[in-house]
Design a protein around this ligand. Structure first.
Ligand SMILES: [Zn+2]
Length: 113
């Protein structure tokens, strides 16, 4: 049997999840303004290679999302953002996943603990 992780370890784990979540949200909400700026640049200059910026950002967002989905809760060890929905665990919030979720979907550990 293993000991439960100490508080410092839980704090470090939550800090890593928060940093990755901030990066994902930055990509998510920054995508459209960056796309508009690139389109304006392409229109002005006629150089289409600026289109690589939003395309790479999109791929980066998908990679970060995939990594976030695989993150495990530092307290219970289950997937942090993925809820196993059963008849007994279902709540009206079950349809939400991150970015709105701010707590472990298994044990309820808050991200801003
Ligand atoms: Zn947990």
């Amino acid at each position: 049997m293993t000991d439960s992780p100490d508080k410092a370890e839980v704090r470090r784990g939550l800090a890593r999840i928060r940093a990755l979540r901030r990066l994902f949200l930055g990509i998510l909400f920054g995508y459209f303004p960056i796309l508009v700026l690139c389109m304006a640049h392409i229109r002005r200059s006629g150089h289409w290679h600026a289109l690589a910026v939003p395309l790479l950002l999109f791929v980066a967002g998908m990679v970060v999302q995939k990594i976030l989905h695989g993150r495990r809760c530092p307290r219970c060890g289950e997937l942090f953002f993925v809820q196993t929905v059963t008849r007994t665990s279902y709540t009206p919030d079950s349809a939400w996943s991150f970015p709105p979720q701010k707590a472990c979907q298994n044990c309820g550990l808050r991200l801003n603990h």
